[in-house]
Design a protein around this ligand. Sequence first.
Ligand code: ADP
Length: 251
Amino acid sequence: MEAPLLEVKDVTKSYFENGKEFKVLDLIRFELAERDFVCVVGPSGCGKSTLLRIIVGLEPPTSGQVLFEGSPIRADNPQVAMVFQSFALFPWLTVTQNVELGLEAQGISPEDRHGRARKFIDAVGLTGFENAFPRELSGGMKQRVGLARALAIEPLLLCMDEPFSSLDPLTAQNLRDEILQLWANPDLPPKAVLMVTHSIEEAVYLADRVIVLSSRPGHMVAELEIDLPRPRNRKEPEFYGWIDEIYSLIV
Ligand code: ADP
């Protein structure tokens, strides 16, 4: 049997200060398969970003393991891409140069890099801004660049850390809908999405499955299949039913 795309196996994380242990995450366990769109939701400070950093290999767990296609995750895995809340663009590089950055590191030829950058700049609706610098772009446009850069490496797994939380509400909603449109196209990467958010509404709007964390230390209180058809309607009682259920699990 083929290994799941991602396995998070009993991940625990503690920080130590003056010999004292601060446990941030306790026994987190879940899996992602192809075509899963999963959101991890929980209150601020419950360890969501820490969990995502561990999952992409940027930080080691204190105990437990993260496997990607059956092997321990490595930070330089080209099949995993990350979108950050803060966009993390290089201000001295143009849109195209920012998008091509990961491709250069993979040793892809300049011609192929330009082709891929064009394709994903177009996919996120930034055609015409190829030569703009980040300072010339709005927050929403910057995050589109962050998304194009992540997609351009054609990852199997796209991880996103609160990607909409520094945007105004209207821009954030437009981008959520565009992410879902891209996701609905099976010819485009990625094969699975893992996103962390503190917004229960955002998780219910986007995800097929929601992993609910509670605080001190961050631990799983539920893993829920959101079986609402898309596009989801925030005004429907079923939508609010899910929000109420998750809310009652966290508080
Ligand atoms: P969230 O993303 O859910 O807001 P974080 O993962 O950022 O939560 O942080 C979880 C907890 O871990 C917080 O209490 C934070 O202060 C603590 N923490 C995160 N990184 C470190 C670190 N490098 N050293 C010590 N404590 C940390």
